[in-house]
Design a protein around this ligand. Structure first.
Ligand code: 6R9
Length: 646
C-alpha cells in the first residue's frame, strides 16, 4: 500500500452536540456491572485499567463460555505478527451457541423469529435450532465432510442458513459464506481459493420481490470448480430445479432418515483451529480470505454483543445485515446465540413492499434492539417521517449503526424518528478483519452524533502518521490498534505475506486502512478508507476487482475505478475506461460494460458513472494513480504525488 495519503482528511467536523445517557439505563448496564466488579464506575478509569490488565479482562470473559478443556496461555505472540489466544484450550463455538443453553430457560426460548421477503414467517426455539443443526451436521458427515474441510454456503437469510454455519462449525469443518448477491464468477473464485468440498445453496429466493436463481448461479460456478463434490440444495421456494445426479442433493432428502433426536457431538477444537474464512475486498484484484478461529473469535463476539447491545433476558434483537457479511457472522449468528437472546432474521429489503417494512417488523415482533446501517437509514429518511410514525416503536431501547460513517444528520433523524428522541445509538466501528466491534459506545457513555466514541475495553486505538507517531488531538491521521484482541483475524487464507502488511505498513501496529480523528474527550470519528477500498452502501468493493472485470471485456484496454461521495450510499463507483483500438465509446457500450460488471462481480459493484477517456494518470512504474484521479474528479488538491510511485 504505497499510496497512503491523509493530507486532505484533516477536516474536523464542528459537531459538538452531546447526548447524555439516562440514569436508569446506566444503572442497569451490563458493562457497569462488570466495571463495578473491578471497582470502577467511570469508563475512562476502567478503560485505563483494561489496557493494563487486558489478559485478566479476557480471561473473565472467556470463563463465561464453555471449554471442554481450559486454555493454558491467554495470549502469546508466535512469530510476530502472528499470535494466539487461549492456546491449549478445547472449545466449540456451536456448543456455546446451542448445547450450553440446555437445562436453562433459554432452551425453550425463541432463537429466531424469521420473516421472509414475501411476509411468510417461521419461529424457531433454541431447541429447534439445535435439532436442525444436528441433523444437518449428520447429513454433512454422511457426505464425507470432516474436520478441517471447507464448506461454502450460498444461501438466502433463512433459518437453514444459520443452522448451516452452526452445523459446519459443530463438526469442526470450516465455513466460507458467500453473499447471495454475488455473481457466479465471484462464487467460483471463492470456492476455488478455499478448495471447498461441498456447497450449500437453495432452489432460489425472493429479495425485494425479485426472484434470485441461486441454484442456477451455483451450477455455473461449480462447473468450473475442481473441488466441489456435493451440492446441497435447500428448498426455500419449493420449486424444482435441475439436479445433477450423483452431485446434487436436496437437504430434505439428505436428512430424511436422520431422526430428530440425533446428536452429533461437538468436535473439541483447539482454540486456534479455523472456524471460518470470509472473503473481503482489499487493494488488489483478488479478494482476501479473512481467517477467524474458534476460541478467540467466540470470546470477542460474545463479549461485545453483551456489552454494546446490553443484552437482557427479555430482549428481541434484530441485526438487519446479511449473514454473507461479517456483521451477520458476528452479530446475527454467533454473538447473539452465545448470549441466548431472541433475534429476528429478515430475508428481505427495507423498502419492500413499502418503506415501512423495517418499522412494521419492529412493531410486529416488539424489537428492543435494532442494529442497521447508515445507508438503510439515509434511504428510509428520503421517504419521510410519516413512515416510522405509522408504527408503535415503543419496544425499542437501543439503536445500532455499522458499516460506514454515519453523518450527523442521519444520526439525528434515527434518534428522533426511530429512537423517540431518547434512545442511545451505538455507532460501532470494526471490520471483517477485526471480527468484533473495536470502537463503539456502550449505553453508559455520552454520545456525539457521527462519532463511534471510545474504544472497547482493552482496545488501544490511536491516530498516527505514516511513521506511527501519534498525531495528537483533532488532527487527521491513520487509525491504528496497538495490541491484538481475541477476535482478530489470524491470517489471510493461503497468503501470510498479505496478512503481514496489516502490521508492517505502519511499524508494529495494526493498520486498519481508515483515516480518523480523535478529539479532546478521546472520541473517535472515522472518516473512511485511505486505500483502494470503496464502500458502497456499507459493502466493501475493491477498485481492482471492478477494473479486472472491465478489462476482461474485449472492448476495454484499461480501466480505473474510484469511489465518489454519495448522499445515499456513502460512496458510489465511478469508472474511467480506455477502449481498445477498433472500438468506439458509445452509450450502448457503456450499458454493456455495466452489465458485464453486474454478471462478473455482482449488482453492488455496478458503476453509477462510466466515463470514456483517452488516458489515465500513472506512476513511472505503470500503476494507475487512483488518488490523483479521485482528487481531480472531486476538485480537490492533488497533494503530494511524489510518494505515489511504487
Ligand atoms: C463491519 C464492517 C470495514 C470498513 C472500515 C470502515 C468502515 C465500518 C464503521 C465504518 C465509520 C463506522 N466502517 N463501520 N466507518 N464508522 N461505524 O463494515 O466490516 O465490511 O470489513 O468494512 O467499514 O471504513 O474499515 P467491513
Amino acid at each position: 500500500m504505497s499510496n497512503l495519503g491523509f493530507e486532505d482528511t484533516d477536516t474536523i467536523l464542528t459537531e459538538d452536540r452531546l447526548f447524555a445517557p439516562s440514569h436508569d439505563v446506566v444503572e442497569n448496564a451490563n458493562i457497569l456491572a462488570y466495571m463495578k466488579s473491578k471497582g470502577f464506575t467511570d469508563y475512562d478509569a476502567f478503560h485505563q485499567w483494561s489496557l493494563e490488565n487486558r489478559f485478566e479482562f479476557w480471561e473473565d470473559m472467556a470463563k463465561e463460555l464453555h471449554w471442554f478443556e481450559p486454555w493454558q496461555t491467554t495470549f502469546q505472540w508466535t512469530t510476530k505478527p502472528f499470535f494466539q489466544w487461549f492456546a491449549g484450550g478445547k472449545f466449540n463455538i456451536t456448543y456455546n451457541c446451542l448445547d450450553r443453553h440446555k437445562d436453562t430457560p433459554t432452551w425453550k426460548k425463541v432463537a429466531f423469529y424469521w420473516e421472509g421477503d414475501d411476509g411468510s414467517s417461521r419461529t424457531l426455539t433454541y431447541e429447534e435450532l439445535y435439532v436442525m443443526t444436528n441433523r444437518m451436521a449428520k447429513g454433512l458427515q454422511n457426505l464425507g465432510v470432516k474436520k478441517g474441510d471447507r464448506v461454502a454456503i450460498y444461501l438466502p437469510a433463512i433459518p437453514e442458513q444459520v443452522a448451516a454455519l452452526l452445523a459446519v462449525a459443530r463438526i469442526g469443518a470450516v465455513h466460507s459464506v458467500v453473499f447471495g448477491g454475488f455473481a457466479a464468477s465471484a462464487l467460483r473464485d471463492r470456492i476455488i481459493d478455499a478448495e471447498a468440498k461441498v456447497v450449500i445453496t437453495a432452489d432460489g429466493n425472493y429479495r425485494g420481490g425479485k426472484h434470485i436463481q441461486l441454484k442456477k448461479i451455483t451450477d455455473e460456478a461449480v462447473a468450473e470448480t475442481p473441488t466441489i463434490e456435493k451440492v446441497i440444495v435447500v428448498h426455500r421456494l419449493g420449486s424444482d430445479v435441475p439436479m445433477q445426479a450423483g452431485r446434487d442433493v436436496y437437504l430434505h432428502d439428505l436428512i430424511a432418515d436422520i431422526p430428530e433426536d440425533t446428536v452429533v457431538p461437538c468436535e473439541p477444537m483447539d482454540s486456534e483451529d479455523l472456524l471460518y474464512i470470509l472473503y473481503t475486498s482489499g487493494s488488489t484484484g483478488k479478494p482476501k480470505g479473512i481467517v477467524h478461529v474458534q476460541g478467540g473469535y467466540a470470546v470477542g463476539t460474545y463479549t461485545t454483543t453483551k456489552f454494546v447491545f446490553d443484552i437482557k433476558d427479555g430482549d428481541i434483537y434484530w441485526c438487519t445485515a446479511d449473514i454473507g457479511w461479517v456483521t451477520g457472522h458476528s452479530y446475527i449468528v454467533y454473538g447473539p446465540l452465545m448470549n441466548g437472546v431472541t433475534s429476528v432474521l429478515f430475508e428481505g429489503t427495507p423498502t419492500y413492499p413499502a418503506p415501512d417494512r423495517f418499522w412494521n417488523i419492529v412493531e410486529k415482533y416488539k424489537v428492543s434492539i435494532i442494529y442497521t446501517s447508515p445507508t438503510a437509514i439515509r434511504g428510509l429518511m428520503r421517504f419521510g417521517e410519516e413512515w416510522p410514525a405509522k408504527h408503535d416503536l415503543s419496544s425499542l431501547r437501543i439503536l445500532g449503526s455499522v458499516g460506514e460513517p454515519i453523518n450527523p444528520e442521519a444520526w439525528i433523524w434515527y434518534r428522533k424518528n426511530i429512537g423517540h428522541s431518547a434512545l442511545p445509538i451505538m455507532d460501532t466501528w470494526w471490520q471483517t478483519e477485526t471480527g468484533m466491534i473495536l470502537i463503539s459506545p456502550t449505553v453508559i457513555l455520552p454520545l456525539k452524533p457521527g462519532s463511534a466514541t471510545r474504544p472497547m475495553p482493552t482496545i488501544e486505538a490511536d491516530i498516527v502518521d505514516r511513521d506511527g507517531n501519534a498525531v495528537g488531538q483533532n488532527k487527521g491521521g491513520f487509525l491504528i490498534i496497538r495490541h491484538p484482541w481475541p477476535a482478530q483475524m489470524r491470517t489471510i487464507y493461503k497468503d501470510e505475506d498479505r496478512y503481514r502488511t496489516y502490521w508492517e505498513t505502519i511499524p508494529d501496529v495494526y493498520f486498519a486502512g481508515d483515516a480518523a480523528t480523535k478529539d479532546t474527550d478521546g472520541y473517535f470519528r472515522v472518516q473512511g478508507r485511505v486505500d483502494d477500498v470503496i464502500k458502497v452502501s456499507g459493502h466493501r468493493l475493491g477498485s481492482m476487482e471492478i477494473e479486472s472485470s472491465l478489462v476482461s471485456h474485449p472492448a476495454v484496454a484499461e480501466a480505473a475505478a474510484i469511489g465518489k461521495p454519495d448522499p445515499l450510499k456513502g460512496e458510489h463507483v465511478k469508472v474511467f475506461v480506455i477502449v481498445k483500438h477498433g472500438y468506439e465509446p458509445s452509450a450502448e457500450l457503456e450499458k454493456e460494460l455495466k452489465l458485464h460488471v453486474r454478471t462478473t462481480v455482482g449488482a453492488l459493484a455496478v458503476p453509477e458513472e462510466l466515463e470514456f477517456t483517452p488516458s489515465l494518470p500513472k506512476t513511472r512504474s505503470g500503476k494507475i494513480m487512483r488518488r490523483v484521479i479521485r482528487a481531480k474528479e472531486l476538485g480537490e488538491p492533488v497533494g503530494d504525488i511524489s510518494t505515489l510511485d511504487g
